[in-house]
Design a binder for this molecule. Structure first.
Ligand code: PA5
Length: 455
C-alpha cells in the first residue's frame, strides 16, 4: 500500500530566498530542540497525558464500534445524523468527503450499498436544522449526538429538539433505537457529562471519548470511527494508516519524520520569516474538508495568549483553507502578490479514481490544441505545478504533501501526521496545544444571556 510524502524543498532559502525560506543551519539548529521535545512528548504519551496517539490500538473500543454499527445497520436506516460541533463534527465531515463518492447523499441506496445518507449538523442555524428534520423522518433515522464535555450549548440544544421528537414519534422505550450518544466516560471524580443522565434515562448506547483525548484530536476515537463504520469505511485500513504514520513519527530524526518536518518549517518560517498564515490547499475535492479540519486543529491548538510559563505570547499562525484549482481564480493573486506572510501547503494526489479524457473535437479552433486528446487529470496536475512554481518564483514558500491516492489508509496517515505535527508545534511554541481557554468566555456570556431571556 502506498504512503504519503512531504516535500519541504520549496520552502528553502535556496528556492525562495533567505528572507522567506529556511536555511539548512536554521533547520539543523531546530532539529536538536525537536529531538528534545520528541522525548518529552514520548514520555507524556507513555504517562497517558495525551491519548490521541494510541486510539488506533484500542481494540476493545474498535470491536464495540464495529459490532454496534452492524447492529444498527441491520435495521436499514435511511439517514444517519451527527449532532455535534468543532472537534465533534469536523473529523467525520472530512472523512466523509474524502472517502465517500462525491454527491454521496444523492446516490440511490443500492449504490450506497445500503448505507444511510449522512447529515452532520455542526451549527444551530434554525433553517438548516428544520430542513434536516423535515427530510429525515424519525422512523428512518439514526442520530448520533457527540460531545466530549456533554455540555456544549449548541449540541445540547440540537439534542433536546431531536430527543423530544423521537420520544413523541416512537415512544420512550424506543428512543434507544434511534439515538446513540458519544461523550466522556462516566468515572468517579471525572468531569460529569450531561449526556450521562440521558443515557441512563433512555438506556442508550454510549461510546466513550477518553478523558485524555481532546475534541480536535478525537477523529480516531468513536467520534469518527462509529460514523465511519455506519458509512461502511474500511476501519481496518484506517487503523493501519495510523499505525504506519505512528511508526514514522516515532523517529526523532527530523529528516525522516514528516510530522516534525511540517511543524519545524511552519514554526521556523513563522518565527524567523514572518509567515503568520498557513494555507492548506489540496488539489482534490475529496480533501477539501481535511483542510477545514486542519484549520481548527492548527488554530485552536496553537492560537494562545500565554505560554506554558504564563508569559503573554499571542502565538499561532492563522490557518486558511483553499482548494486547487478553484482558488487559483480567487486566492492565488493575493498569495503571489499580496503580503508575503504565508506558507502554502499544497496537497497533490497522484491517482484519482477516474481518468477523464478531453475529446478530440473542435479541431478548427487551433487555440485548443493544447487540451485536445489530453486528460482532465493532466490539466489538474499541470495547474498544480504551474501554481507551485509561480508561487516559488514570487518567493512564497510551499510545502507539497503528496498522496498516492485518496483512501482510508492515506487519509488516516495524513490526519495522524497533522495531529502529531500540531503536538510538536505546541512544544516549539511553548504553549498548551490541548486546551482552548479562549473559547470559554463567549460561551459563558451566551449562557448568561440565555438565562435572562424569558421566552
Ligand atoms: O477541540 C475541541 O476541544 C473543541 O473544538 C470541541 O470539540 C468543541 O468545542 C465541542 O466540544 P464538545 O465535544 O465538548 O461538545
Amino acid at each position: 500500500m502506498k504512503d504519503i510524502y512531504l516535500d519541504i524543498s520549496f520552502s528553502s532559502a535556496e528556492k525562495v530566498g533567505i528572507e522567506h525560506g529556511f536555511t539548512e543551519a536554521e533547520l539543523a539548529k531546530l532539529s536538536k530542540t525537536i529531538e528534545e521535545n520528541h522525548h518529552i512528548l514520548l514520555n507524556e504519551r507513555k504517562n497517558k497525558k495525551y491519548g490521541f496517539y494510541d486510539l488506533y490500538k484500542d481494540i476493545h473500543t474498535i470491536k464495540k464500534v464495529e459490532h454496534t454499527a452492524e447492529k444498527f445497520l441491520s435495521k436499514g436506516y435511511k439517514n444517519f445524523v451527527v449532532l455535534g460541533i468543532g472537534g465533534s463534527a469536523l473529523g467525520i465531515i472530512a472523512l466523509n468527503t474524502a472517502l465517500n463518492p462525491p454527491f454521496y447523499n444523492l446516490l440511490p441506496q443500492n449504490i450506497r450499498k445500503g448505507h444511510p445518507k449522512l447529515f452532520v449538523m455542526d451549527n444551530i442555524d434554525p433553517d438548516t436544522f428544520s430542513q434536516m428534520l423535515s427530510i429525515c423522518p424519525i422512523e428512518e433515522t439514526l442520530f448520533n449526538a457527540i460531545s466530549k464535555s456533554g455540555e456544549t450549548a449548541e449540541t445540547m440544544c440540537q439534542l433536546m429538539i431531536v430527543l423530544d421528537m423521537i420520544e413523541k414519534t416512537v415512544g420512550k422505550d424506543k428512543v434507544k433505537e434511534h439515538l446513540v450518544l458519544t461523550t466522556s466516560p462516566k468515572i468517579e471524580n471525572a468531569p460529569k457529562s450531561l449526556f450521562h443522565p440521558i443515557v441512563e434515562k433512555y438506556e442508550l448506547t454510549q461510546f466513550d471519548i477518553p478523558l485524555n483525548v481532546g475534541g480536535r484530536f478525537s477523529v480516531f476515537s468513536p467520534v469518527g470511527l462509529f460514523p465511519s463504520a455506519i458509512l461502511g469505511f474500511n476501519i481496518q485500513e484506517m487503523l493501519e494508516g495510523c499505525e504506519k504514520m505512528d511508526e514514522l513519527c516515532l523517529n526523532p530524526n527530523l529528516e525522516l519524520n514528516p510530522a516534525y518536518q511540517f511543524s519545524a518549517i511552519h514554526y521556523l518560517l513563522d518565527k524567523n520569516k514572518g509567515k503568520k498564515v498557513s494555507v492548506m490547499m489540496p488539489y482534490s475535492d475529496k480533501l477539501k474538508d481535511i483542510a477545514d479540519w486542519y484549520r481548527q486543529l492548527w488554530a485552536e491548538s496553537l492560537g494562545k495568549k500565554y505560554d506554558l510559563n504564563g508569559n503573554i505570547v499571542y502565538s499561532g499562525q492563522t490557518p486558511i483553507k483553499a482548494l486547487g484549482v478553484t482558488d487559483q481564480h480567487s486566492q492565488i493573486q493575493l498569495y503571489r502578490e499580496g503580503p508575503n506572510d504565508k506558507i502554502i501547503n499544497i496537497i497533490k494526489v497522484n491517482n484519482f479514481d477516474n481518468i477523464l479524457k478531453i475529446p478530440n473535437i473542435l479541431s478548427e479552433i487551433s487555440e485548443l490544441d493544447y487540451l485536445r486528446d489530453k486528460t482532465m487529470n493532466a490539466l489538474l496536475a499541470a495547474e498544480l505545478i504551474g501554481t507551485r512554481d509561480a508561487l516559488v518564483l514570487s518567493q512564497r514558500p510551499v510545502i507539497t504533501i503528496e498522496i498516492d491516492e485518496v483512501r482510508e489508509y492515506t487519509v488516516a496517515q495524513l490526519m495522524y501526521m497533522l495531529e502529531v505535527a500540531t503536538a510538536m508545534a505546541g512544544k516549539l511554541y511553548g504553549v498548551n496545544a490541548f486546551d482552548q481557554p479562549g473559547v470559554e468566555e463567549g460561551k459563558r456570556i451566551a449562557r448568561e444571556l440565555m438565562r435572562k431571556i424569558q421566552v
